[in-house]
Design a protein around this ligand. Structure first.
Ligand code: ATP
Ligand code: MG
Length: 554
């Protein structure tokens, strides 16, 4: 949405910093760990970081936080780059925390030299038990007072591979009695004999998040390092390390992470859904991943508008997925090509139609005159939706019924005269007559009917499979629902229509075209399509309960 909004609290900080001259220009970064595909929560962070730089003439780095060799993969790096670009952003520099391993090692040496870090031989259990609790101070162990020389020697030996995983760690020497648990001599380095996706086997010690993150920010001169609220207690350590090392004073600012109804948004959980085959992959159209949403037909514009609309909060909240769907509909209504597809065909024979067939020009999108038109084939035999006919209709049923009239979209008014059934009593065909003077766009019949149906020509229809998606979870707040999150999976989140029949124009549209199947919702072609059968994903239904809400609040 383009309307002017109040500044969010981060924009206020940035404007103040620019005005006071604290920074001549701003530098932000988006720092994903390449251990999974990005989700809509990451999109929020991307829009915020890249959006700020764009708005204030700064720059944004894409930095892979690849300090954990075990879970990270190149496949994830590539998918993250694709997703950021698809969202419409370009980074100033592509960086990796692993680019800084040598520099980070030097920083660690500097801390040891200043008497601010030590090698600890305790096991992880011992370290945990010595740490105390939020209400009880921790205890200092015998390794804490090792000499600088000994620490330097041991730390270099750690690097050289002399010790096994878990045998030693490097810790900052801060305050074992600090009320902030993160300041009780946090671990800076651990030993991990593991292959890294970029540095290979060069390193067997890896920096912890807290040691890598702030220092990487500082190396890149990041002015505003934006992260989510759970990092508030890490901030004193972030500041302490930068101060002790005397490096560029990056600052951390925290905002509320995005949570959305009927979905999960942690990579760990999304990975479980993939590995345990609840979904077909990271880009399954039901996933909260950016790649899933893309495959489902969501547009980058809609996602950006959504992120702008929800703003930047300081408190955690749960956003209704219906709001995201509202922005998807808003955009698709403007760009989607209108097409007709019958999901459950019922044949209609127009008994008084004497021509073979004719071509009826029909607008591609009444919202967009530039979208042009296509010609639809109309003939004696057509299909309508089985659910659009009732032999014994209730009152106010405006679709087709014996003796009743409806308009066929972009074509003629027809009237049903006869219902044909097979031996078992199933309706196999309807016999109708059409009103030649009622042609859409040139209607001189003077007749008015209430119902308009979509249809396709029997002779020209092409086969299609249509995948209808529902929410992946049955409960609103999956994160806070009882039991395991997988207990709440909606077993009916995918319904496949195998034998839909579609107008042939769908064969010739560009593969990324967005569609509105009339009366059926918004759709996009799926990559599972073959020469013989097109496959479509339903992006979102037509129904919209959010439109009123959003307009009211604007
Ligand atoms: P997850 O818990 O889903 O694995 P993460 O925070 O571990 O996410 P990172 O790759 O470390 O994922 O995150 C990259 C950036 O995206 C971080 O700055 C993080 O704060 C931000 N981010 C992650 N999830 C959300 C969210 N739900 N809302 C807003 N920002 C998020
Ligand atoms: Mg993380």
């Amino acid at each position: 949405m383009s309307e002017e909004r109040n500044l969010n609290f981060i924009e206020e900080i940035v404007e103040a910093d620019l005005k006071s001259g604290k920074h001549a220009s701003i530098m932000t970064r988006f720092p994903p760990e390449p251990n999974g595909y990005l989700h809509i929560g990451h999109a929020k962070s991307i829009c915020l970081n890249f959006g700020l730089a764009k708005k204030y003439g700064g720059k944004t780095n894409l930095r892979f936080d690849d300090t954990n060799p075990v879970t990270e993969e190149t496949e994830y790096v590539e998918s993250i780059k694709d997703d950021v670009r698809w969202l419409g952003f370009e980074w100033a520099n592509e960086r990796y925390a692993s680019d800084y391993f040598e520099q980070l090692f030097e920083f660690a040496i500097l801390l040891i030299t200043k008497g601010l870090a030590y090698v600890d031989d305790s096991s992880s259990d011992e370290i945990a038990s010595q740490k105390g609790t939020p209400t009880h101070p921790g205890v200092e162990n015998q390794y804490r007072n090792r000499s600088t020389e000994e620490n330097l020697k041991l730390f270099n030996e750690m690097r050289d591979g002399k010790y096994k995983d878990g045998e030693k760690v490097l810790r900052a020497k801060i305050d074992m009695a600090s009320p902030n648990m993160h300041m009780r001599d946090p671990i800076l380095y651990r030993i991990k004999h593991a292959h890294h996706h970029r540095t290979g086997d060069k390193w067997c010690i890896y920096p912890m998040y807290d040691f890598a993150h702030g220092q990487s920010d500082s190396i890149e001169n990041i002015t505003h390092s934006i992260c989510t609220l759970e990092f508030i207690p890490h901030r004193p350590l972030y500041d302490w390390l930068i101060e002790q090392l005397g490096i560029f004073p990056s600052h951390q600012y925290e905002f509320a992470r995005l949570n959305m109804t009927y979905t999960v948004m942690s990579k760990r959980k999304l990975l479980q859904l993939v590995n345990e085959e609840y979904v077909s992959g990271w880009d399954d159209p039901r996933m909260s991943t950016i790649s899933g949403m893309r495959r489902r037909g969501y547009t980058a514009d809609a996602i950006r508008d959504f992120c702008e609309r929800i703003g930047v909060a300081k408190r955690d909240n749960l956003i209704d997925v219906g709001l995201l769907e509202f922005f998807v509909r808003e955009h698709l209504n403007k760009i989607a090509l209108r097409r007709m597809v019958v999901f459950d065909p019922l044949k209609v024979v127009i008994t008084n139609y004497t021509q073979e067939h004719e071509l009826l020009p029909s607008e591609n999108n009444p919202e967009d005159p530039e979208a042009g038109h296509r010609d639809i084939h109309f003939g004696k035999d057509i299909y309508i939706e089985r659910e659009d006919f009732m032999e014994v209709p209730p009152k106010k049923y405006f679709r087709l019924a014996p003796g009743q009239m409806v308009r066929l979209k972009n074509a003629y008014i027809i009237q049903c005269n006869e219902v044909i059934k097979d031996a078992a009593g199933n309706i196999t065909e309807l016999h109708c007559t059409y009103i030649p003077e009622s042609k859409s766009g040139a209607d001189t019949s003077g007749m008015h009917v209430k119902g308009t149906l979509h249809w396709v020509s029997v002779a020209h229809a092409i086969k299609a499979e249509v995948r209808l998606y529902d929410r992946l979870f049955k409960v609103e707040d999956v994160g806070n629902a009882e039991g395991d999150f997988k207990d709440h999976i909606n077993a009916n989140s995918l319904h496949v229509v195998q034998n839909a029949l579609a107008e042939p124009a769908l064969q010739n549209d560009p593969p990324d075209a967005r569609y509105q199947f009339l009366r059926k919702g918004y759709y996009i072609l799926d990559r599972d399509s073959t020469k013989d059968k097109l496959v479509f994903n339903r992006t979102v239904t037509l129904k919209d309960t959010w439109a009123k809400e959003v307009k009211k609040n604007n």
